[in-house]
Write a protein that binds this ligand. Structure first.
Ligand SMILES: [Cu+2]
Length: 449
């Protein structure tokens, strides 16, 4: 861009983060005996209405939407038929296998970097090679959906929750919108050739055993929300304590234990990739491997040095490199900053990364009987995968890269990101482990005192 700084794999990150939100939300619905989310259709009614019960500090209430609204053009934003045309152009590009840039050149997307270009096109970001032609399907969809209660501005309502990152997921239709986007991305990914056994094999390295220590169990607990920043006050009067309690999902600590053999006769660097997908769909039918891998939740990704011979290692749930700790409250930030001004260590480095899901969300809720999951571990060639040095000592790079580079050379979701026509390709791989686990929720709720 104009500051000559390029965010590495921005478009692909856009795909992956929303894909993970999508599969995660479906797993929560399955935990509660509900069907997966259906994608949004421009030509069908928005069945579910929505009342946000929330207000702008200045600007009034967030608009609500009744049930069964039919999409209308939004004045000054977009016409529904134009969105359909833009969608069709993007699907055409996927079918052709190339994007046409502003100058009319073809950008090949039939490779592992295609998803990055497609993400830039669909979001769209300033990196889109042709906004004029492909539009900004995702961003426009957010506004159009967010404004359906006052599409012509007749009542001069403020923007809907879908128009701000902070509030968008409050509206359940967010997940319909993103299922629709996700299905377009999947159409592209499924058009790429599957990985071959040769590509997937890490010669000489095998996963001998995968096991879980501790029960995979979730519960709810009260969280104290500090509201000091939510009320108006004056510098003349001292602040008063003001907070509220919200029940939130969390999980008990567990460990993933992995036995690996390295028969290469020398130490190797390995990437360990852990995913889990629901074993059964909403009708109780077993997912095929190919369906399952599209529903896979990324649980962890890290690098280890494997000495020659057999090796046992354990990974704690609290260490997951795809998660982040809870963001500290405004009051805590304020306090720590004051201390830092006095020369103390701010202690805020753990919170540098705002990307990744909160660690307490690592597991979906599960249920009383135990929601079954397929947990898979792929151990791949770390030297080939690593884009930067020292990854076995530092997992922070997973979130914000290192010197402008994303640490993993492989696409997000690797090796489950391509279609799997024959699951034996994976099940017979020595460097791939697959077990069944259950996630329990026994209705435990830890209330504040
Ligand atoms: Cu979005």
């Amino acid at each position: 861009d104009k500051y000559s700084h390029h965010l590495h794999r921005k478009g692909e990150n856009f795909f992956w983060v929303h894909h993970q939100l999508t599969v995660r939300f479906d797993a929560e619905r399955l935990s509660n005996y509900l069907d997966p989310v259906d994608e949004l259709h421009w030509e069908k009614p928005i069945v579910q209405g929505f009342a946000p019960h929330t207000t702008y500090k200045y600007g009034g209430q967030f608009p609500s939407r009744p049930d069964n609204v039919n999409f209308e053009d939004v004045d000054g934003v977009a016409r529904i038929r134009d969105l359909l045309i833009v969608e069709s152009r993007i699907r055409d590009a996927i079918a052709h296998g190339y994007i046409v840039d502003r100058a009319g050149n073809h950008i090949d997307i039939m490779n592992e970097r295609g998803i990055d270009v497609l993400g830039d096109v669909i979001e769209s970001s300033v990196y889109s090679p042709n906004v004029q032609y492909y539009g900004a399907l995702h961003n426009t969809a957010h506004i159009v959906l967010g404004r359906q209660s006052d599409p012509h501005g007749k009542y001069d309502l403020p923007p809907g929750v879908l128009e701000h990152f902070e509030t968008a997921t409050r509206d359940p239709s967010f997940f319909r919108l993103h299922k629709y986007m996700d299905n377009i991305f999947k159409e592209h990914k499924d058009s790429l050739p599957p990985y071959t056994v040769e590509e997937l094999t890490f010669a000489g390295v095998s996963v001998d055993k995968v096991a879980i220590e501790g029960e995979l169990e979730t519960y709810f607990e009260d969280f104290e929300y500090n509201l000091i920043n939510a009320v108006d006050d004056t510098e003349q009067i001292a602040d008063v304590e003001i907070s509220t309690y919200v029940p939130r999902l969390n999980h008990k600590d567990f460990k993933i234990k992995i036995d690996v053999s390295n028969n290469k006769g020398q130490e190797v660097l390995a990437t360990v990739r852990i995913f889990a997908w629901p074993h059964l769909d909403n009708n109780g039918i077993e997912f095929t491997f190919d369906e399952g891998r599209w529903n896979a939740i990324e649980l962890d990704k890290f690098w280890v040095k494997l000495p020659a011979g057999t090796h046992h290692f354990e990974r704690k749930s609290s260490e997951s490199a795809v998660t982040v700790p809870d963001v500290p409250s405004f009051a805590t930030l304020f306090e720590k900053t004051k201390e830092a001004l006095g020369g103390a260590d701010s202690g805020l480095t753990d919170f540098e990364s705002a990307t990744g899901i909160p660690n307490r969300f690592l597991l979906p809720k599960g249920n009383e009987q135990g929601l079954e999951f397929d947990l898979v571990v792929a151990v791949t060639d770390g030297a080939a995968d690593a884009a930067v040095d020292g990854l076995h000592e530092n997992t922070e790079f997973n979130h914000y890269g290192s010197h402008g580079k994303y640490p993993d050379n492989r696409p997000h979701g690797y090796p489950l990101d391509r279609k799997v026509p024959d699951e034996r390709v994976f099940e017979d791989l020595p460097n791939f482990g697959h077990i069944q686990v259950k996630v329990f929720n026994h209705g435990e709720y830890i209330q504040h005192d």
